[in-house]
Write a protein that binds this ligand. Structure first.
Ligand SMILES: *Cc1c(COP(=O)(O)O)cnc(C)c1O
Length: 388
C-alpha cells in the first residue's frame, strides 16, 4: 500500500497476529482447518458473549469460520432451505454481497428501502413487503456502516410471520443495539473479515447461530460435504468455504484489538462531526437512540440545495491522495437486479436509500489516520464552504 495515502479503511495489524501465524507454521497446520481455526471460532463467540449476554447465549452460541462473509450468507440461506423461486427480503442500501447468495440458491430478492433514522431497513416497509409477499422465506437485514438497524422490531416482525432472520453484521462487529451485540438478533448472524472491515484476516467470514446442529451442518457443507467415511462419500453438494488456519491466526490477533479499534473509529466520527457542525449543508450518518455503533465508516450527506456536490468532495480528496467513496449504490438501482421488486414507504422510485446514495460520501475512516490527517481532511471539506 502507498505510504503517504490516506485510506478509507485499511488493515491495521497489532503484531500479535504474527505469533499465531508463526504457530501455524511451526506446527505445519497450513490448511483450511487446525488449532487457530478452532480457537478463533471459540474466541469470537466469547467476545460476543462477554459483552452483555443475550437469550441466545443461554443456549450457547456456535460459530464456523469461513473464507468470506459472502460464503457465510450463502450457507445461512442453505440452512434456511431457500429453494428456486423463494422470495427473500433484503436491505436495498448495502453491498451486493448481502443479496448475491440469494440468487446462487435460485431465490428471488425483494429489496426493502431504508428509514431516515438509521439508514437501515425500514420496519414499516418490511411490514408492507409481507403484505405483498406473505410467503417470503427469509429476511436479510444489514447494519450499515456499523450502525444497528431497528433489530428488535425487525426480529419481531419476522417471528410474527414465522420467517427466519439473517443478520448481515459484516460491517458492524462489536456494535450493540440496546446493549446486545449485533449479529445475535436473528437465527443466523454473519460477519466479514475482508481487508476493509474493522478487523481483518485479509479475507474471511464467520457464521454464528444458537442452533448447534445447523452450524455443524454449515461446517459440513463448507468442507465439501464429505460424509464420515475413510473413502470419499458424498450425499450432498458441498463447497470449499473453510477458513485457512494461517488466516485464522490473523483473526485471533486482530480480535484482541477490536475494542480499541472501535474507540478509534468513534473518535474519527465525532472529530469530523464537531469540526463540521457549523456547515448547514452537511449531515452525518445518523445514530439513533439505543444504538452503540462500531463507527466503521464516517459518512456525510449533503442537502439537495447545497452548491457543493458529493463528486466535488470525492475528486478533491482524491487529488490530495485521500481515499473517500460514495455511499453504496442501492441494490434496487443496480442493473443486475433491475427485475427485482423494491418496497418503500415513499412515493419515489429512488426511495430513501437512493437519495442517501445520491447525496452521500464516506469519509476516510482509517484507524491509522493521525490527528493531522483528520485536520487535513476537515480543512479540505470546509474549504468548499469558504471557511478554510
Ligand atoms: C463486506 C460485506 C459483505 C461480504 O463480506 P466478504 O467477506 O467480503 O465476502 C457482506 N455484506 C456487507 C454489508 C458487507 O459490507
Amino acid at each position: 500500500m502507498e505510504k503517504n495515502r490516506i485510506y478509507l479503511s485499511s488493515p491495521t495489524m497489532n503484531g500479535l497476529e504474527q505469533q499465531y501465524i508463526q504457530e501455524a507454521f511451526d506446527t505445519n497446520w497450513i490448511a483450511p482447518l487446525g488449532p487457530n481455526v478452532n480457537e478463533f471460532e471459540k474466541e469470537f463467540v466469547s467476545y460476543l458473549a462477554s459483552k452483555e449476554p443475550t437469550e441466545s447465549f443461554e443456549n450457547g452460541l456456535y460459530s464456523t469460520a469461513l473464507v468470506s462473509g459472502t460464503a457465510a450468507i450463502h450457507l445461512a440461506l442453505k440452512a434456511v432451505g431457500i429453494k428456486k423461486g423463494d422470495v427473500v427480503f433484503c436491505s436495498s442500501l448495502t453491498f451486493a454481497a448481502s443479496c448475491n447468495p440469494i440468487v446462487y440458491e435460485g431465490g428471488v430478492p425483494v429489496f426493502i428501502d431504508s428509514e431516515e433514522d438509521s439508514w437501515n431497513m425500514d420496519p414499516k416497509a418490511l411490514r408492507k413487503a409481507f403484505k405483498k409477499y406473505p410467503n417470503a422465506k427469509a429476511v436479510i437485514v444489514v447494519n450499515l456502516y456499523g450502525t444497528p438497524a431497528k433489530l428488535d422490531e425487525i426480529a419481531s416482525i419476522c417471528s410474527e410471520h414465522n420467517v427466519v432472520l439473517i443478520e448481515d453484521a459484516a460491517e458492524s462487529l462489536g456494535a450493540r443495539y440496546k446493549g446486545i451485540q449485533t449479529g445475535t438478533f436473528g437465527k443466523y448472524g454473519i460477519f466479514s473479515f475482508n481487508g476493509n472491515k474493522i478487523i481483518t484476516t485479509s479475507g474471511g467470514g464467520m457464521l454464528i447461530s444458537d442452533d448447534q446442529s445447523m452450524i455443524d451442518k454449515a461446517r459440513f457443507w463448507a468442507t465439501q460435504a464429505r460424509e464420515i467415511a475413510s473413502h470419499y462419500e458424498h450425499k450432498e453438494i458441498g463447497y470449499n468455504y473453510r477458513m485457512s488456519n494461517v488466516l485464522a491466526g490473523i483473526g485471533r490477533g486482530q480480535l484482541k484489538s477490536l475494542d480499541e479499534f472501535i474507540e478509534r473509529k468513534k473518535k474519527i466520527y465525532y472529530t469530523n462531526k464537531e469540526a463540521l457542525k457549523d456547515i448547514e449543508d452537511i449531515r452525518f450518518n445518523p445514530i439513533p437512540e439505543d444504538c452503540q455503533p462500531n463507527y466503521w465508516l464516517t459518512c456525510i450527506t449533503l442537502k439537495d440545495t447545497s452548491k457543493v456536490k458529493p463528486i466535488d468532495i470525492l475528486i478533491t480528496l482524491e487529488n490530495n491522495n485521500i481515499e473517500a467513496r460514495p455511499i453504496w449504490k442501492p441494490m434496487h438501482m443496480q442493473p443486475v437486479f433491475a427485475d427485482c421488486d423494491f418496497i418503500s414507504m415513499v412515493d419515489d422510485p429512488k426511495g430513501i436509500s437512493g437519495k442517501i446514495f445520491e447525496c452521500g460520501v464516506c469519509l476516510p475512516s482509517d484507524i491509522k489516520n493521525t490527528d493531522e490527517d483528520m485536520e487535513r481532511i476537515i480543512r479540505i471539506v470546509k474549504g468548499f464552504w469558504g471557511s478554510r
